[in-house]
Every structure is written in C-alpha cells, then in structure tokens.
Design a protein around this ligand. Structure first.
Ligand code: HEM
Length: 412
C-alpha cells in the first residue's frame, strides 16, 4: 500500500470528516460484522439508514435515558462490586453500558440473570474486537472466525427471540389490534419496520444490531477508564480540585471532556477518495487513494486548545464553536449517535431544565462517591491485544474504609 495522504490539524480534519468524496475505509478488515452497517455505508444508502435510525435519538432521548433508566442500571450493576470491594474498570464499564447497548439495539433480556448479562458481555466484547480489527495485534483470521461464531450464538440466543416478539407486534399493528406506540423504541424495531424499503435481509439485520451492541459499550468503557486515570492523577497534584470534583458535576463533566479530547476512541480515521480532488491543505489525491485523518493531532492543536494542549487540564477554556472534547465523537457524515448520551449536554439553553451531564459523568460521580481508588497491589495494565493505547486491566478498590496504608498515601 502506498503511503496515505495525511490530514493534520483541527480544521483540516474537520473538513475531511465532512467531505462526501471521502469514503469510510477503516473497517473493511471485518466484513463478517461490519459489511454495510451504518458505520461503513456511504452516500445515499448511508443517508437513508441514518435517517430512520436517528429518529430514535430525538425527542429528548439522552435526557430521558440519563434521568429515568441509567440510575437504576448503574446501581444494580454496581451493587455486587460494592459488596466484593473491588472491580476491574474496563470490565465494569463494559458491563454497565451493555444495558444501554441492548436497550438501543433492541435486544430483550428475558431472564434478567447474571449469566445472561455475562453472555451478552462476552459476545459484545468479541464484536468490539472485530470492529477494531484494523488495530488488532492478534491473528486476523482467528479473530474473524471468533466473531463469526459469536454472531451465530448471539443470533440464536438473543436476536431471534427479540425479533419474533417485535414481528408479532408489527403484525398486530398491521391488523389494527395494536398501535405504533406499542412497538419498542429501538434499532431492531426500526430495521424490521423498514426491511422491505431498505432491502434488509436477516444477515444485514444481525450485523447492524451486533454493531450497535458494541458501539454503545466499547468506546464508553475505554473512555471511563482513561478519564478515571486522568482524574486520579490530576487530583493527586491538585487537592482543591479533588474536593471540588465530588460536589461539582459540571466540573466533573469538564474533566471527562478533557480526557475524551486526549483519548479519542481511535487516534486516526481512515478514508478512501471516491474521486480525484484536492484536500483542504492542498494535497492532491487520486480516486482510490487512502487518506488518514489524524484525529489526535486535531485534538491537541495548540492554536485551538492552547499551549498546553497535549496535557490534561480541566480548567481549559476553548472558543464556543469548538467542542471541548475535540473530534473524539467524529463530526459530519458519521458523527457519533451516542455523543449526547455518553458525553452529556451540560446545562443547555433552558435554565428551567435540569442539566444533562451524560452517562459517563454519572458513572464517574458514582465511582467517586463510593471512594473508588486505584488498587495499590494491582497496577494498571495496557491492552496488549490492540495498537490503540487503551487499558486492558485497571483494578480499583471500591467502598469500605481506607486502609491505614491508603490513608497514609492519601495524605502524602
Ligand atoms: C465515549 C463514547 C464514544 C465515543 C468516543 C464514540 C466515538 C465515535 C466516533 C469517533 C464515531 C465516528 C467514526 C468515524 O467517523 O469513522 C462514532 C460513530 C458512531 N457511534 Fe459512537 N462513540 C461513543 C459512544 C457511542 C454510544 C454510547 C453509541 C450508542 C448508540 C454510539 C453509536 C455510534 C454509531 C451508531 C456510530 C455510527 C454513525 C454513522 O456512521 O453514521 N457511540 N462514534
């Protein structure tokens, strides 16, 4: 492969992500999962799929989810960890968000048991491995086979029963025995209702639902671990902020956004030129040339984020038009559906409405309230299965009293 054209800096990366002549190309390694899912579609097919699915995320969905559903899910998931007194943060982050994923994707959890959640977490983690195959350090054929097996298991155990239930409701709506509001509000329902119009076969529906399962859990789990790490380090050096963070949710959200900026889900986005044209920085590309959009360089550009852009600083002030998390949720054509749910919207323009801080700030808040802290006996371990700079294991102690040793460390 010839070297790709490299798009560097915030404005150029922004323009490239919005340019319809650049086609998504980072996910072709795992067609078994990602062929023609929303993330890899282009042009009219992408616009049509996005239009039907995006409807779910309107009508104040993020606010509703955060205030009505998430607190229950969070406390239920946290309870056993509080009892045992320790947790692994990437695993916990994935587990707590699996419910969000399943609710959005349209996967029923009929048993509601621990084993059922374990299975769903295991399968969805495998889908994540497939979705990030481009950066995997494992043998790619082996991963593809594992993803294929996980899809088959997911289809039988979860998708088929969820599909049957929704198909029955659809039939009842057609016959007038039920109304549209009786249909669950999720991706699977949308796909089933539009399967003829959008030419969606069973395999396509399986891939799209599995893709949403991993999209809702994977990046959030990594973001949670990165932000906890950054916050811990910052608070050790800034004791006043360590107190503030416990009571000031808006400040905690700023910490989260700052960490998201420094740790984009993927440091790069790859695209392929669909025709010959000139990129905003003057580089000419031919049709089929690869283009690498350097999101990391965009997120640490000093002209936008200040001289200390490469460092974590939750007191950073950026211009109104710039999101504090930079391009971490993408922008333009493939902008993340989960941006407002995960990252929150803050106070918003209407002061009479409660501020919306997002699921990740809520998660961090809950961990801090329960005195979550790094386990001194188990230092964090980077994830060796990917080139992305994520944590594979990050052990925390949670709840209970500080040990004498911890108290001493805390004071120093
Ligand atoms: C911290 C959490 C998250 C991060 C950092 C993140 C990041 C991203 C990024 C960078 C993209 C665009 C990829 C590209 O342009 O190539 C994307 C797309 C997407 N994300 Fe997220 N995401 C997060 C959470 C979520 C959640 C909770 C959902 C749940 C629904 C979600 C659903 C999606 C979907 C459906 C797309 C594809 C949109 C399209 O192709 O039109 N994400 N995400």
């Amino acid at each position: 492969m010839t070297a790709p054209a490299r798009v560097i800096g915030y404005q150029h990366a922004f323009s490239a992500l919005c340019d319809r002549r650049l086609v998504q190309s980072m996910y072709g390694e795992c067609d078994v999962l990602l062929e023609r899912v929303l993330l890899t579609l282009h042009g009219e097919a992408h616009t049509a799929r996005r239009a039907i699915e995006w409807k779910l995320f309107r009508r104040n969905f993020a606010r509703y989810y955060e205030s009505e559903v998430y607190p229950r899910t969070l406390s239920q998931t946290l309870a056993p960890y509080l009892q045992q007194g320790h947790l692994d943060l990437p695993e916990f982050g994935f587990r707590v968000n699996i419910n969000l994923s399943a609710d959005i994707a349209g996967i029923d959890r009929t048993q509601g048991s621990q084993e059922e959640t374990d299975t769903l977490v295991r399968l969805t983690r495998k889908f994540s491995e497939g979705a990030t195959l481009f950066h995997s350090t494992r043998d790619r054929d082996t991963v593809r086979e594992e993803v294929s097996a996980a899809l088959a298991e997911f289809d039988e155990a979860f998708l088929t029963p969820s599909k049957l239930r929704r198909e029955l409701i659809l039939k009842r709506i057609e016959s007038g025995a039920a109304v549209e509001d009786d249909m669950p509000r999720d991706i699977l329902s949308v796909l089933l209702a539009n399967r003829d119009k959008q030419d969606l076969d069973d395999n396509m529906i399986l891939r799209e639902v599995a893709f949403f399962m991993q999209a809702g859990a994977h990046s959030s789990a990594n973001a949670l671990t990165h932000s906890f790490h950054e916050i811990t380090q910052w608070c050790q050096a800034h004791p006043d902020d360590a107190e503030r963070i416990k009571v000031d949710d808006a400040f905690l959200q700023q910490c989260l956004h700052e960490s998201l900026r420094l740790h984009p889900a993927s440091p790069v986005a790859w695209r392929k030129a669909s025709e010959a044209f000139t990129l905003p920085d003057g580089t000419h590309v031919e049709a089929d040339d690869n283009v690498l959009i350097d999101l990391m360089s965009a997120n640490v550009e000093t002209a936008i984020f200040g001289e200390d852009a490469a460092r974590f600083n939750p007191h950073r002030v950026v211009a109104d038009r710039i999101p504090p998390f930079g391009l971490t949720f993408g922008i333009g054509i493939h902008t993340c559906f989960g941006r407002d749910i995960a990252g929150g919207l803050g106070q918003g323009k209407d002061p009479s409405q409660a501020p919306h801080y997002g699921t990740l700030t809520n998660l961090l808040k809950s961990l801090l309230q329960h005195h979550a802290r790094q386990d001194p006996g188990n230092p964090p371990v980077p994830d060796a299965a990917t080139e992305r700079r994520n944590w594979g294991q990050y052990r925390l102690l949670i709840g209970g009293a500080f040990s004498a040793e911890e108290a001493r460390r805390d004071r120093t």
